[in-house]
Ligand binder design. Structure first.
Ligand code: PLP
Length: 403
């Protein structure tokens, strides 16, 4: 585990017992994104999809380094706008309500990702009533088996996201009709998959997008300002490596793919890959039991704070921070060189963070730290189930001025 984080937990856990906290390494996060941008081609722009982690401090940290944010609800839009009134925002998501479209126009989003013909008609109607101009990208669900498959796929198959490519003509005629003077077509949006580990697959997918867009440009005789290629860069929760961004960038440069864009800007809007590695969920061991030859370590916390391992059914990577203090007159339970399942405080067998982990030593009072907990962790969890206390939130910053 990151030494700074380990040190930080050793220094802080004593004050808050039993310890249960999310710790976000904001300094690491901003360095990570700066490094990502070093190799990014001209006319390629990076947006952060805040649903991966909408914590205000994360948004504030990313504000100076990214080109903007992707949001998919009015709540997310307000969150971003409370941090910056001007930063470019992409507004997507299926089932946008009238009040969301109105808010998007009032709060000045850069592009709306239109996900259906009805939504487009609604938007034209609303923009006309408000007498406001708005730029849109059409979100397309390609009908192809040429897309890579990952455990989470949103396209290349029947899906509620975006529109089938056969509807592009109809969408463009709605936009071109003489009743519409407010909604402007600017390009296409794709977000076909999540958690892809393979840079070369990602390149093939982008090549396909570009080829499609080239065809539509000719077929419909429209200029395309933006091709938004979505997010989906993967983070590995087992021993395999994460998506290789460096390799991806070098392939993007090398293969001359971008020459074919001819002035169309390329957008990426990742969530997970930006933030996953900069969040830690730390939970103190409350009890250790042996049941029918199997060991269980029960922590202060669980899947109501960190639902990802339950949601994906995986064993989450973790490390252990040893704590020497033991204030009780009775014996301190421990396991040495053995297998243990790390479970939470909820009264349900689903509250499992890791099954049969091999450990050297784990004692009651030690802190289990789930790594890679910066994305889709706290905000996807069912916090109210069983009404346990919430975790604390800490932010490691250069100044180290946390409470
Ligand atoms: C969730 C989402 C993203 C981010 O996906 P990651 O897999 O976290 O990179 C980007 N765009 C859209 C439209 C999304 O729904």
């Amino acid at each position: 585990m990151n030494q700074d984080v380990q040190q930080w937990i050793e220094n802080h856990h004593v004050k808050h017992q039993p310890f249960c906290a999310y710790i976000y390494d904001l300094t690491g996060l901003s360095r990570h994104v700066e490094t990502m941008l070093e190799a990014i081609p001209q006319d390629t722009h990076l947006f952060y999809a805040i649903k991966a982690n909408p914590d205000r401090k994360i948004i504030e940290t990313l504000l100076p380094v990214v080109d903007g944010f992707e949001v998919a609800s009015i709540g997310e839009l307000e969150k971003v706008r409370s941090v910056s009134e001007e930063v470019p925002v992409l507004f997507g998501g299926p089932g946008k309500k009238e009040y969301e479209l109105e808010a998007a126009l009032q709060k000045g989003v850069a592009y709306i990702h239109v996900e259906s013909l009805l939504e487009l008609q609604r938007l034209i109607h609303i923009a006309r009533n408000m007498d406001t101009q708005v730029s849109v990208l059409l979100r397309i669900n390609l009908q192809t088996n040429a897309l890579p498959t990952t455990p989470i796929s949103m396209a290349g198959q029947p899906s509620p996201f975006g529109m089938d490519e056969q509807l592009i003509g109809e969408a463009l005629s709605l936009i071109r009709s003489h009743e519409n003077k407010h909604v402007h077509f600017r390009g296409f949006h794709f977000h076909s998959l999540s958690n892809n580990m393979h840079a070369d697959w990602h390149i093939e997918m982008i090549r396909l997008y570009i080829q499609k867009v080239e065809g539509w440009k000719k077929k419909f005789n429209v200029p395309v300002h933006v091709l938004n290629a979505g997010g989906g860069f993967g983070v590995s929760y087992d021993e395999n490596p994460d998506f290789d961004w460096k390799q991806f960038m070098s392939l993007l440069h090398k293969e001359g793919i971008l020459d074919r864009l001819e002035g169309t800007k390329l957008f990426f809007e990742p969530g997970r890959w930006l933030v996953a590695n900069y969040g830690y969920y730390a939970a103190e061991v409350i009890d250790i039991k042996k049941s029918m030859e199997q060991h269980f370590a029960i922590v202060r916390g669980g899947t109501h704070h960190h639902r990802l391992p339950a949601s994906w059914g995986h064993d989450h990577p973790f490390s252990i921070v040893s704590v020497e203090e033991w204030e009780y007159p009775f014996e301190r339970p421990e396991i040495t060189s053995g297998e243990v399942s790390i479970v939470g405080e909820l009264c349900t067998p689903k509250d499992r963070l890791h099954t049969n982990a091999i450990i050297q030593k784990l004692r009651v009072g030690d802190v289990v730290v789930l790594e890679k907990s910066g994305a889709y962790s706290w905000s996807i969890s069912h916090h109210d189930f069983l009404d346990h206390r919430r975790p604390d939130f800490y932010y490691m910053e250069e100044e180290m001025n946390y409470g």
